[in-house]
Design a protein around this ligand. Structure first.
Ligand SMILES: C[S@@+](CC[C@H](N)C(=O)[O-])C[C@H]1O[C@@H](n2cnc3c(N)ncnc32)[C@H](O)[C@@H]1O
Length: 230
């Protein structure tokens, strides 16, 4: 019976990743996430109680404001959100100047998130004693890029916190509309965040996959929750 459930989950994941997931809003801001994944991100943030959340892939600012609202609800006052994107959208600029939770967004970095200078800006913003940091990688989903980022952002993650790699489902989307070959993503089946996660874990033993957050329902981050264990 389990194989039927696994097949259905895979099929539903392929449907969900193609069906208007980009039309949701969080507190008025467009957010490019499945609602089920927002529940998971809330679960992990409540468990970890991060002071800082570093996210790559700002887009319109929806996930930054989502994370800001979690910091607000968990009573965090010292840290904030650092968000990075290669483009600065007018929607994001608007979000970060007008939204009632904008004060949690402490740094907006525009540039390639895998560039060393982006890492330096993150390090400078976090300072020497940032407390608990959680990292969420949601920008370019090519394997080499995600792997480079994972190596770069891993050292910001303290013991018992997490690096979350979005859209590890990408590999399963080949043959669906969002998985069609493009200049940016010539072959989602072979170059995707899941490949990057495997490569990253092969090379080190200080992170493990934590499947607790993905063992129910549909989601875009199967294999994406990596816990720092040493
Ligand atoms: C999936 S969207 C992010 C969605 C957002 N996290 C949310 O939940 O609303 C991906 C974003 O990554 C950005 N991006 C693509 N390549 C990038 C790179 N090399 N460095 C930084 N950002 C990049 C794109 O401009 C796009 O805004």
């Amino acid at each position: 019976m389990q194989y039927v459930i696994n097949d259905l989950k895979r099929l539903w994941g392929r449907v969900a990743a193609n069906e208007r997931w980009y039309e949701h809003h969080w507190l008025g801001v467009p957010i490019w996430q499945l609602p089920e994944d927002l529940i998971r991100l809330q679960e992990i943030c409540f468990e970890v109680q991060p002071d800082w959340i570093v996210e790559t892939g700002t887009k319109f600012g929806g996930s930054a404001i989502f994370f800001a609202s979690l910091l607000e609800l968990t009573g965090k006052k010292q840290g904030g959100i650092i968000t990075l994107d290669i483009f600065s959208t007018t929607e994001a600029q608007d979000t970060f100047t007008k939204h009632p939770l904008r004060h949690y967004v402490k740094k907006v970095i525009v540039g390639d998130a895998s560039d060393a200078s982006a890492g330096e800006q993150v390090a400078n913003t976090l300072g020497a004693n940032p407390g608990k940091v959680l990292v969420f990688l949601d920008d370019n989903h090519n394997a080499d890029h995600v792997y480079r980022e994972m190596e770069m952002y891993a050292h910001f993650v303290p013991l018992d916190s997490y690096m979350i790699v979005a859209d590890t489902v990408f590999q399963d989307l080949a043959g669906t509309p969002v998985g069609v070959s493009t200049d940016k993503y010539p072959d989602v089946a072979s170059s995707n965040p899941r490949v990057a996660v495997s490569r990253f874990l092969e090379g080190r033993d200080d992170f493990v996959r934590d499947s607790r957050f993905m063992d129910k329902g549909v989601g875009n981050f199967p294999d994406g929750f990596l816990k720092r264990t040493s």
